[in-house]
Design a protein around this ligand. Sequence first.
Ligand code: NAD
Length: 496
Amino acid sequence: MTIVGHLINGIRRTDAERTQDIYNPATGEVSKQVAIAPVAAVEDAISAAQAAYPAWRATPPAKRARIMFRFKELLEKNADTICELIGEEHGKIPHDAAGELQRGIENVEYACYAPELLKGEHSRDVGPAIDSWSEFQALGVVAGITPFNFPAMVPLWMYPMAIVCGNCFVLKPSERDPSAALYIAELLAEAGLPAGVMNVVNGDKVAVDTLLSDARVQAVSFVGSTPIAQYIYATATANGKRCQALGGAKNHAIIMPDADLDNAVNALTGAAFGSSGERCMALSVAVCVGSETQAAFITRMKQAMAPLRVGACSDRKNDFGPVITREHQEKVVGFIDSAEADGATIEVDGRHLRVAGHENGFFVGATLINNVTAGMDSYRQEIFGPVLQVICVESMRAAMDLINDHEYGNGTCIFTRDGEAARYFTDNILVGMVGINVPLPVPVSYHSFGGWKHSLFGDLHAYGPDAVRFYTRRKTITQRWPSAGVREGVEFAFPS
Ligand code: NAD
């Protein structure tokens, strides 16, 4: 059986404390195994990165960017292979995998712009014959720890910019679908990146804890669930590291009585069920303002859901695939059970879906739950499955209170034709990424991505301009070259 290993100092290795099964979620069968790195392998990766750092830091930014140009071309050339790897291990259908990869490539494109982003700030004559400037210097060895749901894109949020800024990187991808990240890292070597600048270790908590405790690692980027994000942030910062830790989500869409309902229903169908709802920007709650809006929304939503096709990624006509594991399938079904037990109405039930020819796959059908209330477990917690819950409130203010009171603040959107309402919403909603008639307001690569509240721990968001700040340290230099013969006297006052 294939063992998915590590890439350390440019060499594939399979050091393993033990191995863990990788499933094909569409068949439910074990397809490969992943090597779970022991501490020594992670330390080797950190050592390789540390050794590569001086030469890489000294490489001019334009040369580093040129490697990213070639990397982008290789990602495009090998897109089909990458999407197949994503499909085999994550279960994502091909056009969804291609969309994920495209968003990742856009981060590489932005990283190509690094020489401009690293130019710094300069002020001449801040005093007599004194000039001052700030420059942005690399940190050293930095690490990334990523989730299963975007096996290509989320790592690409991190290391292209980290590397182009002059750092060396150790990536710990999700052990549930690790192959895409490993394959992509090898493309970086093909693009001309020196060995050791980019390393991948596969593993679990042992690998993560090694990265968090090793003094040579200067900064940690994490994306995953909120409890782990909290742990990563607390541990990394306690160990003196810079950290950004992006967590879970519960994204609400407000449907106003004046909304273009066809647009809202189309948008929500894709945003709630696309990728089986396993997106941190998935819309999982529709908040209808007024009972008439609710009734019309439920009717149209049921019509939109009727033709949805769920199945394996091998059939391009499918709309979405399985969830990641049997355990996760049971968790999603458990949340639907709990909503029902709490008195919600199951309008469309995906619990008993059987996909012909894939009876053992980890499928959950698209599910619509009506009459949900704020106290229900299924509302408070992140389900991370193809489940849309509907809540009815009396006013826009009540809808906003619901969102602002929720633990998570990743993404949200409002469907309305009223510009004043939309403006009030964007001004006052406590969420990091906001859409107006846009269901998945994922920022483009030259903005930054991040939620509020328990959706992000740390100060700087992922990718975009914030990534340049996260992966560099500001240094401000002030210099004087007085003209020959000019001497100033001793001055005891604070320089001004
Ligand atoms: P996860 O938290 O289980 O795992 C994420 C990473 O942390 C993996 O690499 C995993 O190996 C590691 N990890 C898991 N348990 C650990 C532990 N006890 N100690 C140290 N490391 C540990 O998340 P997941 O299930 O892979 O991904 C889904 C979650 O990620 C969802 O909650 C989703 O909302 C979130 N997510 C958030 C964003 C965002 O931008 N905010 C983006 C994508 C996914």
